[in-house]
Design a protein around this ligand. Structure first.
Ligand code: NAD
Length: 268
């Protein structure tokens, strides 16, 4: 590997199991020489799989519900204690729609579910940034990344209210990213990833058709979770210091396609 993160310290949110994008990112960050803390919601940690990743990467786990400012404050303080100083990189890899889980349609949601999903998937990013900012927890030239999906820009009907949550998340990256850049030289970006077969991904109705369509539409094919991890590592490295306030498509070219030969074939 390249030692791209040698000496860097981080916090990685959202590794649930070996399929998670955050899991692959933690493995890659470890290979590139980083030290980090792993965090997830208490209920997800109780499932037990995160221990395996912690052992493999020599990391500690700190539980935090990303919607709780108190939990986030505890997480950031404890992480700086464990890692011995300020933080260089943070990954927000969290998403959940209660409406999707409960089978509610976009046109007739339960608005309590809408609010909960928005808090978990989008406002949690603002809360995380808020705590890091107030505690002056980031080192100069640090990097913060959140994961998103192109339904923030274009219509994917079954993505439901997650489309709105991702649009909000991307806006927060720009708005808060300004203050982080101005005051701490920290960059804040979102990576817009291809459909990926993870627990969250497979929760979207019609996922199999969706991922197959996207594969045929993208000149380079869908990006895998591991490829997303690689891209994220480059965003945490010193090689991307002036990239900020961006929504970065990591999707094999899908986002700029109109139609491909492989898709057209089905209509001729
Ligand atoms: N899988 C895809 O197709 C795809 C595509 C583009 C973007 N993304 C995004 O990538 C990110 C990671 O998802 P994934 O696909 O790796 O799935 P995943 O299911 O492995 O990860 C989602 C994580 O969110 C965590 N989470 C849920 N509620 C939380 C809370 N209150 N506090 C803290 N953590 C909480 C879960 O425990 C889980 O670890 C999400 O933002 C997702 O929207 C996924």
């Amino acid at each position: 590997m390249y030692n791209l993160l040698k000496g860097k310290k981080g916090i990685i949110f959202g590794a649930l199991n070996e399929h998670s994008i955050a899991w692959k990112t933690a493995e890659r960050a470890h290979e590139e020489g980083a030290k980090f803390v792993l965090t997830n919601a208490p209920a997800s940690i109780r499932m037990g799989e995160l221990d395996v990743l912690a052992k493999k990467t020599g990391s500690q786990i700190i539980a935090a519900d990303a919607t709780s400012i108190r939990d986030l404050e505890h997480l950031v303080e404890k992480s700086m204690d464990i890692l011995g100083g300020k933080i260089d990189f943070v990954l927000h890899s969290i998403g959940m729609s209660v409406n999707v889980r409960k089978g509610k349609s976009y046109t007739d949601p339960n608005y309590d579910f809408t609010t909960k999903g928005w808090d978990v998937s989008a406002v949690s990013f603002h809360k995380m940034l808020n705590v890091l900012y107030k505690k002056e927890a980031m080192n100069d030239w640090g990097s913060i990344v959140a994961l998103t999906y192109m339904a923030a820009q274009r219509v994917f009907p079954d993505y439901n209210d997650m489309a709105d949550n991702k649009a909000y998340l991307e806006s927060v990256a720009r708005s808060f990213g300004y203050f982080f850049g101005r005051d701490y030289k920290v960059r804040v970006n979102t990576i817009s990833q291809s459909p990926t077969p993870t627990t969250a991904g497979k929760g979207v109705k019609g996922f199999d058709g969706f991922i197959a369509y996207s594969e045929k539409m993208s000149p380079l094919g869908n990006a895998t979770a591991l490829e997303c991890a690689d891209y994220t590592i480059s965003m945490f490295s010193d090689l991307t210091k002036k990239v900020t306030l961006q929504n970065l498509f990591h999707d094999g070219g899908f986002s700029n396609m109109g139609v491909s030969d492989a898709v057209l074939e089905n209509f001729e």
